[in-house]
Each structure stands twice: as structure tokens, then as C-alpha cells.
Design a protein around this ligand. Sequence first.
Ligand SMILES: Cc1cc2nc3c(=O)[nH]c(=O)nc-3n(C[C@H](O)[C@H](O)[C@H](O)COP(=O)(O)OP(=O)(O)OC[C@H]3O[C@@H](n4cnc5c(N)ncnc54)[C@H](O)[C@@H]3O)c2cc1C
Length: 444
Amino acid sequence: MNATGFRERFAGEVIGPGDAGYDQARVVWNAVADRRPSLIVRPTSVDDVITAIRFAREQEVVMAVRGGGHSVAGFSTCDGGMVLDLSRMREVTVDPVRKRAVTQGGAHLSQLDTAAQEHGLVCPVGVVGHTGVAGLTLGGGMGRLQRKFGLTVDNLLSVDLVTAEGERVHASESENPDLFWGLRGAGANFGVATSFEFRLHPQEGTIFQGMVAFPIERSLEIAERVREFVATHDDVHVALAFTKSEELGGRPVFVVGSTHAGSVEQAERDLRVFREAGGLMDTFGPKPYLAVQGAADESLGWGQRFYTKAGFLTELSDEVIGLCAAEVETIPPGTELSLWTFGGAVGRVADDAMAYTGRNARFNLSAELMWTDPADDEGRVAWGRAAFAKVQPFMTTGRYVNDVVEAGTDGAQIYGRAKYERLVALKRKYDPDNFFRLNQNIKP
Ligand SMILES: Cc1cc2nc3c(=O)[nH]c(=O)nc-3n(C[C@H](O)[C@H](O)[C@H](O)COP(=O)(O)OP(=O)(O)OC[C@H]3O[C@@H](n4cnc5c(N)ncnc54)[C@H](O)[C@@H]3O)c2cc1C
């Protein structure tokens, strides 16, 4: 791609294969996605974003849009083509009086968390600080506070977008509401989001969080406690995991984790049901919210290889618990079967309110595999697929799009048929040439 004229028109950074720093600039979070773009551009303004889109269209090359670079499928990089890397557009501002935050399109969750916490506020986001606000929000945004405050997307008030034509569009409930509907769950399809406006909630700096690990043989008995707990505490986050515990010498365990956003006294009372059940290990306690949010930043750092497969459940049946527990026998290192609770504030939003699908889910079950040696790629993916195939019959309509890794997944599986058709109509309106196609693609 000849970028000579473009470099003059573009104020940000332009990095080609011959430039110093190219090999570092092309890296994304998932090392499996090892690709070589023709050009990596780092805009510093909305004007730069427009210039880059127009140039990529002139050159007829594909564009990969990068927010935080966490796409497990590797959608934010490409072979050939242009990467639009928003890492120089990471500003976050907070209005403490109106309880609003505005982030630029390249911001990380940690930046939003930190800026909001400076005012005793919070936006419910994901659980790893270096995930991008953009990709997470445009897909939905699950996290520890979702049962109390909803998904990230439930707290999204507006988006500034640059379309495939290089036009600026503002989308909210009152302006371009059709686009706003689609952006909330299928958002990587319609343009480059240059800024997001969020509603914030009060959250003092401390939160009660941790986990108890039980011997795997006790899974069914403990799951009974979980069912009762989640039915009676619909604002408390519970995350379950089936894995082999490194801290316990590789012992198969059933882990019950929780984040309780109420008072410490209330949390201690509520979580006794797990903490006094004779676990092997207990890490619960009051902790700084920002420390909890950053706790996995290192263990889930860049450069590892990752695969995931996930789906929603409407109930936590003994059959599913039994199947998951049995899988631990063959589970590879660095792998877990993870179950997050839904319902609460997530379930109070109507399913047709936005593209995001799965409001009747009570749990999201995912196989999550992480490893470092490329020689293990095939084996890990095969294990993940096989484990998932066993629990798939229990799953309900909808998938969390950010967890859909397989290329060519039918969009109707993610959104249901009716919503998918509505999304196709929207795609025809905003991106009829399918310029933005490095995503779980809505085909116009
Ligand atoms: C370690 C890790 C932890 C995670 N934890 C959570 C979690 O707790 N909760 C959760 O819900 N998800 C989680 N995820 C999934 C995560 O939400 C998705 O991978 C998400 O797409 C990442 O967003 P990103 O901006 O970092 O990714 P990117 O790879 O930059 O982008 C992902 C997709 O969004 C598009 N995109 C990015 N920026 C923009 C933009 N500004 N405008 C338009 N399109 C854009 C890209 O083109 C791509 O299709 C996690 C992922 C990882 C790797």
C-alpha cells in the first residue's frame, strides 16, 4: 500500500512493515492471532479516523479496528489491510454531578474505573483492566457488578461514530435510535466508535470479594446452595469454576467466587453460606474496588494463547454440574469451565431493547483455555469444542458475541433470527458494502 500522500494528511502515527516498532505494533492480546497488516495507523482525532477510513476505502483494503486489542478471535488485526489502532485516543472524563463518564474509543477499562472511582463512582465493566472499553461495550459488557447495575451496555447513553462513508453520527435513544439499538450488542459492525457516554453509579472504594474452593466431589451439594443463594440475592455476583487448582497442587475443585457490593457486614452475613461450608481455601474479604478490578491484569497479560466457547443457561441443573465436574478429569492446564450468574439488573431489561440477546439467561457457561506453546493449539481447541458440545444441548437462545470465536458463526445463533434480520437491515443502511467486516459479521 503506498501511504505517501496519506502520511501527509494524517496527524497521528503511521507504521508500515519497514518501520521500527512494526513488530511490536502488530501484536494483539491473543498470540494465536499473529498477523501482518500492510499499515498500522494510530489516529489522534476524529478527523484522523475519517482520513484513515477514506484512505482504506480508496485503496480497497480491509480495515481492522482496534480498541483494546482483546478480541479473542483476533478481529482487531489482519493480514494485508489497515489496522486502525485507537491507542492514542484514550481520554476519559467524568462529570461527578451528573454521574456521567465520556471515554474515547481506545480507552481501557482500568482508565474508566480509575477516573470514576476518583469521585466514588463506578460503571459496571469487565474484570480485566487492559480490556478495551470499545469492544467490550459494543458486544455487551459482562462483569462483577452486572446483577446490581446491569451490563456495561445497559449504562451506555450515547456513542459518537464514524461510518464507512467517513461521516460522523451521534447515536442515542433520541438520535438515530435504530443505530443505537444495533450498536448495543452488534456494535463492531457499523463504524468506528470514537467516544462513549456512560451512566455512573455510587460505589465507595471498598468491595467484598473472593472465593471458596471445594473438592470437586462436593459440586452437586454446593451447587444446591448456589441455586438458593442466587434466587434470593439477585444483586450479588456469583462466579463458579470447575478446574484443577494450582494453589492446591493440581487438585480438581469446584470454586464459588462472589463480589458483593453491599456493606461489609451484609456481605459477611450473606456469604456465610459458602464460607462456612468447609472449603479448602477461602480468599474472601473487603478489598479496594480498583485492586479487585486489576487483580487478574498480570495473569491474563498479553502474549498468551487463548480459546473460548460459551453459551447461556436458564437454570443450573444437576446434569450440567455433573457434566462439568466430569470434564475436570481431562481438563488441560490453564483451563476452566466457568459459570457466571445473570438475572438481577441484567434480566430486568427487555430482550428486544437492543441487539444484545440473552436476557432470560440465568448463567453463562464458558470453556476458557489459556496456554503458551503453539504446538498445543490443536489439542486445546479440540478439548474446548468437545467439552462444550456436551453442555450445548442445555443452552438457550443467544450467545454473548464477544465470546464467539469461531469464524462463520451464524448470526441468528448469536441474536436469534428476528433480531438478526433487523441487524441485516441496519447493516444495509449504515455499511452496505460491508467495509467493517472484521467482527462477528452481519452480512448486508
Ligand atoms: C483477558 C480478557 C478478559 C476479558 N474479560 C471480559 C469481561 O470481564 N467481560 C466481558 O464482557 N468481556 C470480557 N472479555 C471479552 C472482551 O469484551 C472482548 O474481547 C472485546 O471485544 C474486547 O474489546 P477490545 O476493544 O479490547 O478489543 P479489540 O480486539 O480492539 O476489538 C474487538 C472488536 O471490537 C471492534 N472494535 C474495537 N474498538 C472499536 C471501536 N472503537 N469502534 C468500533 N469497533 C471497535 C473490533 O474491530 C473488533 O471487532 C475479555 C477478553 C479478554 C481477552
